[in-house]
Design a protein around this ligand. Sequence first.
Ligand code: 13P
Length: 283
Amino acid sequence: MGYTNLERMLSNAKVEKYAVGAFNIVDYSTTRAVIKVAEKKKSPVIIQTSTKTVKFYGYKHIVSWVKTLTGDMVIPVALHLDHCNDIDIIEKCIDAGWSSVMIDASSYPLEENIRMSREVVEMARPKNVTVEGELGSILGVEDDLILTEHDSHLADVESCVRYLKETGVDVLAPAIGTAHGVYIKTPNIDFGLLKEIAEKTNIPLAIHGGTGLSPDMFKKCIESGGVKVNISTNIKHLFKDALEEYFEASTDYEPIKAIQHLETRVMEGVGDLIESFGSANRA
Ligand code: 13P
């Protein structure tokens, strides 16, 4: 299948009860490591980019990394823009060749969230690009946005039903108690809410704040209707720890060896997550 959007990838996951990992890459090496380990594990995978990453490297470069690395692979690989409330950036990603985008207008009142999300869906449809939307407030740090417990509110089922009906988004990220960044205490995930939203909407649901959740929590999220799990902080830590580990242990100045070490560590970490999500051998 190779380079694709989220439609078939996530509908297969929904039917067969597993989740696809969406890994926020930070550079070419992390992108390569994620795609390599997904191919090794015969797993579908989502390469996810924050808007900060997109602005830093530029649109065409990221698309070209992912398309070139995917080549004629059999596994489905999507390129998805993570949280973005800037429609201009979303449009540029769609035009540059992203296969999927997220419009995160969840900080606006519902009417405005619906209006903006519908605008993105109308822009994305003709180009066969899938769209993820968000309802409620997912806590923590994402790009430069920090949401604390004070800002917290979970998604409510009625708003989800209305939002989906009026926008036509393909994937929904409802706030269910997970948070971006490092958990300082065990998250209080409302699995019942996730299940109710899954039953009432019948749409693929995305779980944000995947870093730090236990295999058991992933299992419960999947059983309750989650089919996409976002992992960002974990990749940043693997990146930093791998390079520190390499240069502390080595006496040489060989960047390529350091990058090889980094890729190995990312492949190990992402490989374990792919196993936890149950997506190995599904491609
Ligand atoms: P983490 O940084 O907690 O892994 O969350 C990732 C995420 O949800 C990106 O949208």
